[in-house]
Every structure is written in C-alpha cells, then in structure tokens.
Design a protein around this ligand. Structure first.
Ligand code: C2E
Ligand code: CA
Ligand code: CA
Length: 576
C-alpha cells in the first residue's frame, strides 16, 4: 500500500516537474516574443497575460477588469470590429482576426483570437494574440502607392490615370457629358537635359509636377507619364474647369520661372494635344492616343502650340491610314518615280548637282507628296524597301547621264532617312549598288538629318567615316530645325550644311533670321563645311544669300524638281 502511494507520489511529482518545465518553456516563448497574448478560461473566469503586454497596453494584468479597457486604446473607427474580434464566442466563432490602429499612436496592430469549445459547443478557453504590423503596413502602403503614383512627381502614374480616365468616361456616358484629355510635352526638354544635365531635367519635371498638382480636383486627374510628358483628364470641361482655362493656367505655370538648385532660372513652354470624348474617341487609350498624335502635330507647328483633335485632323488621320495601306502595293506595282531638283553654285550660277526627290502617282493618277508618305513609310518600315529602290533607281539614272555627258563635277544628292541609315544592311547595300553602276563615289552625296544622331551617335559616325573614306560626301539636311548647335556639328564628319527653308522664308523680312543665317554661314565656313540654302524662291533671297556668302543655292527660283528627261536635256546643253 505504502509502495503504491509512494509510486503515485513519485509519478505525480515527475508529471508536475514535466508540466512546470513545459510551462516555463511556453512562458519563455511568450515572454521573448514581441507579441502580446491574453489567455482566458471561461469556467474559472481567469485571465492570464503573456508576452510583451506593456508594449501595447497601459495597464497590467492586475489592473485589468474588462475588454472595455482594451477598446479604449483602439482608434474609434475600429472599435466595433475589434470588439467582435475580442469576443468571437458571442457569435459562436472559433477564430477571428482584424487589424486596427491604436488611438493617438501611429502603429498598427493585428489581433487574432482563437476560441476552444467543448462537445456541447460551450467556450472553454480562448487565446488572443496582438501583433505589431506597422512596418509591414507601411511597406504595403508604399507598394500600393507605387502601383498608383509616380514617385518623381507624386502625380498619378500612367496605369492609374488610364483606369481613372475609364471611370470618367463611364460616368460621362451615363450622364451624357464630355471628357477632355490634354497630352502635354515640354518644349525643348531634350536641350535642357543635354545642356544642363539630366538631374536638372528631373528637377524641372518635379517642380512642374508640383505646380500641376494644384489643378487636381474631383473632376480633374493629372498624370506624369514619363520624361517630360504629362496627361490631364477633365470631366465636364466647362466653366472654371474649361480646357481654355486649364491651358491658360498651364501656360502661366510654365512661364513662371523655375528656380533650379544650380542657381539657374528657366521658363518653359509646352506643346499640347487635346482629344475629347465622345467626339474623338469613346475609349480611354484611344483618346490618349489621339491627344498624343495632335501633340506631335502641335510640336511640328512650332513651340507653345495647342492642337485639337478636330474634324480636319480626323480626316487627315483617316487619309494617312489609307495611304499607309496603299504604300506596300505601290512599291510592288512600281508607282514611284524619281524627280531631280538642280542645285547651283552661287558665284557663277553653274550646276552644282541634283537632289533626287521621290514621287508617287497612285492608281487614280493623283500625285501624293513625299512630305505626306515618307513620314508614314518611316513609321511602318516601308521606307527600307522604298529607300533601296530610290537609291538604285537614281544612281542608275544618274550614272547613265554621267556616261553620256562625261561631266566631272555634278553631284547626285540622295535623301537618306534615319531608319534607313541605321539599318544594318545600309552600307553593304549601297556598296553593291555603287559597284553595279560604277558611279564615281565623289559624285555621290548623302543627305541626312539630325534625327539620325539621336541614338548611337558613335555608331553612326563610324558608318559615316567608312563611307567618307570611299569618297562619299555627307550633307546635313534641314539644318536649324532640330536640336542642332554648331558646337556639336564640329565633331561630325560632314561636308555640307543645308540651311533649312524656314530660315530662307523670313530671311529678307526678319532681321534676327538674317543674323542667324549669316552666323551659320560664317561659322560653317570656318569649320570647313560647304553651305547650301534650300527653298530659295526669288531673286531678293538669292542676292541676299549671295551677299552673305552662301556658296550654293537650291530652290524654285532657279529650278523646280523635274523629271529625269528634263535634267538630261539640261546636262546635254551644259556640255555642248
Ligand atoms: P527635303 O529633303 O527638305 O526636300 C526639299 C523639299 O523642298 C522638296 O519637297 C522640294 O520640292 C521642296 N522645295 C525645293 N525648293 C523649294 C522652294 O523654293 N519652295 C518650296 N516651297 N519648296 C521647295 P518634296 O520633294 O515634296 O519633298 C519633301 C520631303 O520629303 C523632303 O524634304 C524629304 O524630307 C522627303 N523626301 C523627298 N524625297 C525623298 C527621298 O527620296 N528619300 C527620302 N528619305 N526622303 C525624301
Ligand atoms: Ca533633302
Ligand atoms: Ca531639306
């Protein structure tokens, strides 16, 4: 009997020791945790606090009387939800979770409550765990911020703008209202980036973004798409939210000097394209696209221009789509032919050369201007086969004249599109054509525009050097319309500078233009380039250009683009 009792006692002692060890382990686990735990036994009405309780609540286990003390620490808007989570047994729920903010404190808590029930579904015990999730919440908020906002300006990002614009359009559809989309591009931003550095460019974008933010409202959404491009959506653009009013605000915002951290002060202008729901399109992406298209149109017209996506533009847009479709067929069906415009030496009026200009006669016999179809061919890639054809056709025709008339100093100028020049096969193709027709390379000049240098400048220069070593000349076309500056020209392997027609147009009437033209001619001579003026239409322009030292002249005054036959008779007259 005694043995039996002793045995029972030692068994109980062993079990007790074991339990104590377990309890101390669990206690340690809880106490070292950052979380706070509350254990509650329903039958005994006993509450135990474990873990980092003091971090969360200002009362101790001894001071605790009811859940209302916990609720008092919770921000009011969360209280009812937290109450339900503290007492899930009221709804016979086994597990409940919620997140809430502490009153007067900036941290966020996650609460999880687990209730254990007996076979009769009566609650026996429950355990509550309070966990600080502030860090996680901030990260999460940052992530969702990044998903919606542009980090540089704090404005909506592109994706978010599109979805808000969609919602605006839906609303406008229901209430038969209008939505305007403004596509904004800062003028000359590239020059700012190149001249002042990208950091200053970013600073301007940031400052402009901040100014735009002031326009935001319930019916105006503003987004920074990328680089210097911003987009604005306006619901019901009337009254103080009228598009004209917004444009005025935008313009004065831009004209107000931006004080940069490097001490510089700049004022800006922007090109703005505007499309409207429902007239231009009924779909958000298309609407943005339309506004972008007309922004480019505005840019083309000059600086500080606003262009609406209106009926004539819509018509032009449709025509362009038709032309683009017809381009491929025109190539196959040989609907292109070449014209040549003479270029003269200013001093003795002798022929300097001819510029090859492509022409397209469509199936109905209409002549479509290269000013219309070349940009479209550049856009859809058709310029590559077309460019190859032009090269072959004009070199063949020109070499034929060369053989017949034996001149030694008349040049063939070929316009080469940026896309064509950048193409991997350009050099090899040109060399093959040269070899086939045996044109003397010193009679060949390639006209390129500055746009070719926008990317991979060194690569382009290398290509030019290869061809120049073979004797081929290079001319910089449309000089003065791009981002050109004489200082960057200095490093380019070119022979001739072609002063753009826009300068010639106002040369006689506008004093500053004349000064610029004089300076270009003067400096380009010093840099060792030839100069040629294009688009000379009358004797006054001609004489003035001659006076200020322009070496070559091309234009309607001395000769319009003409078909090969006419050039041939000119050449035959010249040598006879
Ligand atoms: P561009 O290279 O600047 O060519 C000069 C344009 O000005 C030509 O128009 C020419 O006819 C026109 N022009 C010449 N003198 C005068 C003038 O005194 N007054 C006026 N108002 N215009 C004058 P075109 O032939 O319509 O060509 C337009 C543009 O299309 C060209 O501008 C060039 O960028 C492109 N283009 C033409 N042919 C070709 C080509 O074979 N290949 C490539 N890639 N582009 C071409
Ligand atoms: Ca040209
Ligand atoms: Ca030109």
């Amino acid at each position: 009997m005694i043995n039996e009792t002793n045995y029972q006692i030692s068994l109980l002692t062993a079990m007790n020791n074991r339990l104590e060890k377990d309890e101390s382990m669990y206690r340690m686990l809880c106490q070292t945790s950052d979380n706070a735990f509350m254990y509650y036994n329903y039958a005994e009405k006993r509450t135990v606090f474990l873990g980092n309780w003091s971090r969360f609540f200002p009362f101790t286990a001894e001071e605790y009387k009811s859940v209302s003390q916990i609720l008092e620490c919770v921000e009011e808007s969360c209280q009812s939800e937290v109450y339900n989570c503290l007492m899930p047994e009221r709804n016979s729920v086994r597990k409940a979770t919620t997140t809430f903010k502490m009153k007067d404190k900036s941290y966020w808590i996650e609460l999880e409550t687990n209730v254990y029930y007996d076979e009769m579904q009566q609650p026996v015990e429950k355990i509550l765990c309070f966990k600080d999730i502030t860090k996680f919440k901030i990260q999460n908020d940052e992530l969702s911020y990044m998903a919606y906002y542009d980090s540089m300006t704090g404005l909506l990002n592109r994706n978010c703008f599109i979805s808000r614009l969609r919602a605006m359009i839906e609303r406008a559809e229901e209430s038969r209202n209008m939505v305007s989309v403004l596509f904004i591009d800062i003028d000359g931003f590239r020059k700012i980036n190149d001249g002042m550095g990208m950091m200053m460019g970013d600073e301007i974008v940031q400052l402009f973004g901040q100014r735009l933010k002031g326009l935001e409202g319930e019916k105006i959404i503003i987004s920074h798409f990328n680089s210097d491009i911003f987009c604005i959506g306006v619901y019901d653009p009337c009254g103080s939210r009228s598009v004209e009013h917004i444009i005025d605000t935008l313009k004065s915002n831009l004209a107000e000097p931006f004080n940069l951290s490097n001490g510089a002060e700049v004022t800006l202008t922007a090109s703005i394209g505007i499309a409207e729901y429902p007239e231009s399109s009924k779909e958000a992406l298309e609407l943005i696209n339309c506004a972008e298209i007309v922004m480019f149109k505005a840019k083309h017209k000059g600086k500080n221009v606003v262009q609406y996506f209106d009926s004539p533009i819509i018509q032009e847009f449709r025509n362009n789509v038709i032309i683009e479709r017809k381009l491929d067929k025109a190539l196959k069906n040989q609907h292109f032919f070449m014209c040549y415009q003479p270029q003269y030496h200013t001093d003795n009026c002798k022929l300097r050369g001819v510029e090859a200009l492509v022409r397209w006669k469509d199936e109905e016999g209409n002549i479509i201007s290269p000013g219309t179809f070349i940009p479209l061919a550049e856009k859809n890639g058709a310029i590559l086969p077309l460019g190859d054809w032009i090269m072959e056709e004009s070199i063949a025709e020109f070499t034929n004249w060369y053989r017949k008339y034996g001149f030694e100093d008349v040049i063939l100028s070929l316009n080469i599109s940026a896309l064509q020049f950048k193409n991997r096969n350009f050099v090899s193709h040109l060399l093959r054509v040269i070899d086939r027709y045996k044109i003397p390379t010193h009679l060949l000049e390639l006209e390129i525009t500055e746009s070719v240098f926008i990317e991979d400048m060194q690569d382009i220069i290398n290509k030019m050097n290869i061809l120049r070593e073979l004797g081929i000349r290079f001319s910089m076309d449309d000089f003065g319309t791009g981002f050109s500056s004489l200082s960057y020209l200095r490093n380019l392997p070119i022979d001739t500078l072609k002063i753009d027609k826009s300068f010639i147009d106002t040369l006689v009437t506008d004093e500053p233009t004349r000064t610029i033209a004089e300076t270009i001619i003067d400096l380009s001579k010093k840099l060792g380039f030839n100069t040629i003026a294009e688009g000379v239409e009358d004797e006054v322009q001609y004489s003035l250009l001659k006076k200020i030292g322009c070496e070559n002249i091309q234009g309607f005054y001395l000769g319009k683009p003409m078909e090969g036959k006419q050039i041939e008779s000119m050449l035959s007259d010249m040598v006879s």
